[in-house]
Design a protein around this ligand. Structure first.
Ligand code: HMG
Length: 396
């Protein structure tokens, strides 16, 4: 295999995700808030959101997402594990080290955690691609795992969710070959943030929407200035989807920046295949755009050989636009049934049960604490002892 970075094709060889065992429907939420359910279903484009059990966290979700990738491909040439999250569980130790242990990965692997709000998953992906371009024999496991939480009774409450995406980045990728031109856009803004002492995010909803849409313009102009494809070459775009209706607004904005206009119906048709998973899972922060890609690849749309765009946005804010080409034989690598089963298995809970879970907190003073088994997943948080999280594989 060549090691000239210009000649190596690099990208996503495998992609899968995991979400929680519970969900809250927006119908149930509307019964509590009194909002017309149409506001949720159509105004923000959400019908349900994933809610974690007490024994599910970013580590268990990421381990659940990554396990099928390791089972299919082995870990022989995995030299790096990058874990992106903005809902970290430790200020020092990378959450990926727990996943490394739960999956029984070999010791000769570097494990690092990355953060920049929802953009962290894309930072990890680009870093992974650079590593593989420098040594195409290596594989990189990229994990993006988050639990999105806002205050009860706040406008953000309807845009919570949780999931982890796992991707194997390799040379000659089976799913999507990523191109090198990218558009970047960073601006210091307080649209959404979570100080260390808070378990829920603070957000200026309106400012966050404006900042997100401005970043669509900013990244697109930079992408084009760096030799990126013209808009008409793109089959569709996977947007970061804190709620799926934003993808419609973003696509309209992108079209305008590219000097195009089309009808609302045409925009919906272009975007719809990317929204099906996020519509029922909700915001999964770093994982969100990769769930949009999973939904697109899993859809009936035939994408072989098509160029697709990616718009990644992380509040605060850092954004990136890049593109990839779908492998003509991508369908052989998909996991459609597993993805759909994973979503279908969730138990819908009452608003009261959701509220009780939302207010529950793990001890922060080192008191020994056991967590009962509730998850349907393959890994669980069993408790906390001496300030240390105890994780277990779940044996059926
Ligand atoms: P809100 O005040 O509850 O909702 O906040 P609204 O009044 O703005 O209504 C929402 C939409 O529903 C509007 O549509 C209404 O017209 C429509 P729009 O005018 O925008 O097209 N609507 C209806 N539609 C049909 N039938 C009805 C009806 N009623 C109203 N009866 C907001 C909504 C998204 C601001 C809030 O949920 C929030 O603050 N969410 C959190 C922030 C967020 O998601 N921001 C997105 C951009 S920032 C980002 O993506 C980064 C992030 O993921 C974090 C990170 O990077 O780490 C958040």
């Amino acid at each position: 295999m060549t090691s000239d970075p210009a000649e190596v094709t690099v990208g996503i060889h495998d992609l899968t995700f995991a979400t929680t065992s519970l969900c809250l429907t927006h119908e149930e939420l509307a019964r509590h808030t009194g909002a017309p359910v149409a506001k949720y279903h159509h105004g923000i484009g959400q019908t349900a959101m994933s809610i974690p059990t007490e024994d599910e966290d970013i580590v268990t979700l990421a381990a659940d997402a990554a396990a099928p990738i390791i089972e299919r491909h082995g870990s022989d040439r995995v030299r790096t594990l990058l874990f992106a999250t903005e809902t970290g569980i430790d200020q020092s130790k990378a959450a990926g080290v727990y996943v490394h242990s739960l999956l029984g990965l070999p010791p000769h692997i570097r494990v690092v955690e990355l953060k920049q709000a929802c953009y962290g998953g894309t930072a990890a992906l680009q870093l992974a691609c650079a590593l593989v371009r420098s040594d195409p024999t290596q594989k990189v496991l990229v994990l993006a795992s988050d639990i999105a939480r806002y205050d009860l009774d706040s406008p953000g409450e309807a845009t919570q969710g949780a999931a982890a995406a796992a991707m194997l980045i390799t040379a000659a990728p089976g799913l999507v070959e990523l191109s090198t031109p990218c558009g970047l856009f960073t601006r210091d803004i307080m649209d959404f943030w979570r100080p260390n002492y808070r378990t829920t995010a603070l957000v200026d909803g309106k400012a966050s929407l404006d900042a997100y849409l401005d970043a669509v313009d900013g990244t697109w102009l930079d992408y084009r200035a760096h030799g990126g494809l013209p808009f008409e070459k793109l089959r569709t775009v996977c947007y970061h989807q804190p709620f799926t209706r934003i993808a419609h607004k973003a696509h309209r904005r992108l079209e305008r920046a590219a000097g195009h206009t089309s009808t609302a119906r045409a925009i919906d048709a272009a975007i719809a295949p990317t929204t099906t998973y996020n519509q029922v899972i909700g915001n999964s922060y770093t994982a969100s755009m990769y769930l949009a890609l999973a939904a697109l690849l899993d859809s009936d749309t035939d994408l072989g050989g098509d160029d697709i765009g990616f718009f990644s946005y992380g509040s605060g804010s850092v954004a990136e636009f890049f593109t990839g080409t779908v492998n003509p034989t991508y369908r052989a690598h998909l996991r459609v049934d597993a993805h759909q089963a994973h979503i279908a298995r969730r138990t819908a809970i009452s608003y009261a049960a959701y509220r009780e879970l939302h207010t529950r907190a793990l001890p922060t003073d080192g008191t020994p604490h056991e967590v009962a088994r509730r998850t349907d997943g393959r890994h669980r948080l069993a408790g906390i002892r001496d300030h240390q999280r105890q994780y277990r594989a779940v044996h059926p």
